[in-house]
Design a protein around this ligand. Structure first.
Ligand SMILES: NC(=O)c1ccc[n+]([C@@H]2O[C@H](COP(=O)([O-])OP(=O)(O)OC[C@H]3O[C@@H](n4cnc5c(N)ncnc54)[C@H](O)[C@@H]3O)[C@@H](O)[C@H]2O)c1
Length: 265
């Protein structure tokens, strides 16, 4: 309620044209945010304008554009990035589709938001960062948990010194949708070529980021990863495929400031 009495709008906010890669889970979640930002984050620094949305299946991309109110739809992200009205590129595609489209967008002078994990491995992520640092644009990875009120409050308490020295960081991100009784097929998240890693990148990325956000850089890590179900049905039928990413990981870490931590997903 207190936000209703906050700062009032002083001048018209500029529009910013958005190009969204992905119309599925994150495509929908990010679009929902773009549509509500103008009144939820008030006064808005900019008003998102839904210029283009891109995904693999043309009929679904067209339906997503209709449903969410994007002006254009694409099945080829390169074509979408040619649209000059797109000033902000938002990458909500599978992890293997993060580096090339983001780098292309950065080189075209567009701001970039990229879903986590930034890439499949550190080499790809470093290349993206180098290009982003050379471009005079804003760039961020979508670590949405940093913005949760409870996390913001924890950050404030730690920074104010109210909690004193932090000795111990414990984080668990326990999702169970890949357990055998759900019959989850070998979707892209369970394929190393597409995802890079399993629970580590999908869930661990969030808690590793929160460790860095709240406590600081980590200086050592010792961990175990495990693939419990090594073969799954292919989502499109036609047999099974090997699972070559981790179903779970457990890690102990040491932070540079002397704190220790455990991470699990
Ligand atoms: N921040 C979070 O909490 C959170 C939650 C879920 C997923 N994610 C991340 O978001 C990303 C997407 O996950 P999702 O669950 O939305 O996936 P999804 O499978 O639901 O959607 C992927 C989308 O990408 C499109 N796509 C795939 N390959 C493409 C290509 N070559 N060109 C154009 N479009 C292509 C598909 O058509 C689909 O619309 C992943 O990196 C994932 O790790 C983040």
């Amino acid at each position: 309620f207190t936000t209703m009495t906050g700062e009032k709008v002083r001048s018209e906010a500029p529009e910013i044209g958005v190009g969204m890669l992905g119309y599925a889970f994150m495509g929908k979640a990010h679009t929902n945010a773009y549509k509500t930002i103008p009144y939820m984050i008030y006064p808005p620094p900019a008003i998102p304008k839904l210029v283009g949305i891109c995904g693999l299946v043309e009929s679904e991309a067209a339906e997503a554009a209709r449903r969410y109110g994007y002006e254009n739809y694409y099945t080829d992200w390169r074509k979408m990035l040619e649209n000059d009205k797109i000033q902000l590129f938002d990458n909500g595609g599978p992890n293997d589709i993060h580096p090339e489209p983001c780098i292309t967008a950065l080189q075209a002078g567009k701001h970039v938001i990229c879903e986590k994990p930034m890439a499949r491995n550190a080499k790809e992520a470093r290349k993206m960062l180098e290009v982003a640092q050379k471009a005079s644009v804003k760039h961020m990875v979508a670590f949405n948990y940093r913005f949760l009120p409870a996390i913001c409050q924890a950050k404030k308490l730690i920074e104010s010194g109210a909690l004193g020295q932090i000795y111990h960081f414990r984080a668990q991100y326990l999702q169970e949708w890949i357990m055998p009784h759900y019959g989850t097929p070998r979707i892209w998240r369970l394929d190393k070529e597409s995802a890079g890693s399993g629970a580590l990148g999908d869930l661990g990325a969030h808690i590793i980021d929160l460790g860095r956000f709240l406590i600081g850089e980590m200086k050592s890590v010792s961990a175990v990863t495990r693939t419990f179900i090594e073969e799954r049905l292919l989502p499109e039928g036609g047999g099974t495929a090997k699972v070559d990413v981790d179903d779970a990981f457990v890690a102990t870490v040491e932070f540079e400031n002397g704190a220790i931590g455990t991470l699990e997903a």
